[in-house]
Design a protein around this ligand. Structure first.
Ligand code: ATP
Length: 309
């Protein structure tokens, strides 16, 4: 369990994290989302005691990370996969991490297997691809067999296979009852992986809800597609019920704003047979863009303005 209360970080004039309060529960994958510069990494660093909060607190298992007797056993993290001594082999890096934290050396080979580093573990890190560095970073996070895991952009630099592997890995870790906080800009991956979402913008909390709730919250965009042999009757009844209706041809209507239940009930009330009824939910990407639209710090249009100045 991670508990964040009133967490705030001020860097000079920049309020990187602004009065954040949320919990990350065990047994779930919690996605941590926000535009560039929203404060995700700074929050994770404060959870791990790598940055001192200006105000508020971040606790791991009820205690500040810095106060934990065996920190790597309590929480493991992938923050910056580049932060590894380049002259060491991956295996040596893991051996040092294990030795420093009193973790049995057998864990080194276990995590090498777990992340699929294989024979590459004996090669120097400076020859690693970004994907191999990510795997090593994840192995380091796992070495203490921790109850809490924080992964900042673990899919960066991974190919499709690697991305799917991370998805299965984090799912498995959550299913074992661990607390998993995962940041990623890959919305479709997040939609498939996370159970719960914490969304921030400009350091502030925008949403803290289950994936279902967040996506349903985008219900303004929800559309229902209905096919009926009685297009005119049904369209008229839906309009009278206050819904917006667009004919989509081939006996199909697209209804804005309603749910499958309301459209089905209206059809029943006018005796219109329903041959197909589908609710198109917004994608996480659409809902996310709506939610964070006001808090995006850097926009393509801003960059274009800078170039033309
Ligand atoms: N050490 C620092 N000194 C000064 N400002 C900082 C420092 N670290 C972060 N910031 C600023 O704090 C804000 C939040 O940055 P942070 O890296 O936490 O965002 P993020 O959500 O992780 O972004 P990204 O998705 O781009 O990784 C940004 O405006 C950033 O420039």
């Amino acid at each position: 369990m991670i508990s964040v209360r009133g967490l705030t970080k001020q860097y000079g004039a920049v309020r990187a994290v602004d009065d954040l309060t949320f919990d990350v529960a065990p047994g779930k994958v919690t996605g941590f989302l926000g535009p560039n510069g929203a404060g995700k990494s700074t929050t994770m660093r404060m959870v791990l005691g790598l940055d001192r909060p200006t105000a508020g607190s971040a606790l791991v298992g009820g205690r500040p990370f810095g106060a934990l007797a065996e920190p790597l056993r309590a929480a493991g993290a992938l923050l910056d996969a580049g932060a590894v001594h380049p002259g060491r082999s991956g295996r040596d890096h893991l051996r040092v991490a294990a030795r420093t934290h009193g973790i049995p050396q057998r864990r080194v080979d276990e995590v090498i297997d777990q992340v699929g580093l294989g024979p590459a573990a004996r090669r120097r890190v400076k020859g690693y691809s970004l994907g191999m560095r990510q795997r090593l970073g994840i192995a380091t996070a796992l070495i203490g067999d921790p109850a809490v895991l924080l992964f900042d952009e673990p899919m960066n630099g991974l190919d499709l296979d690697g991305v799917r592997w991370v998805r299965r890995l984090v799912r498995g870790l959550a299913d074992e009852g661990r607390t998993v906080l995962l940041s990623s800009h890959l919305m479709s991956e997040m939609e498939q992986t996370a159970d719960h979402l914490v969304i921030i913008g400009r350091g502030r909390l925008i949403a803290d809800a289950s994936m279902q709730e967040v996506i349903r919250g985008g219900a303004g965009r929800r559309q229902v597609r209905v096919r009926t042999p009685s297009v005119d009757d049904l369209a008229g009844a839906l309009l009278r019920a206050g819904l917006r209706v667009h004919p989509a041809g081939d006996g199909e209507l697209v209804v804005d704003g309603g749910t499958a239940e309301t459209v089905g009930d209206v059809a029943l009330s006018v005796g219109a047979a329903v041959h197909r009824l589908v609710e198109d939910q917004s994608s996480l990407e659409e809902v996310y863009l709506d939610l964070t639209g006001d808090s995006v710090q850097y926009r393509v249009s801003d960059a274009a303005e800078l170039v033309t100045r």
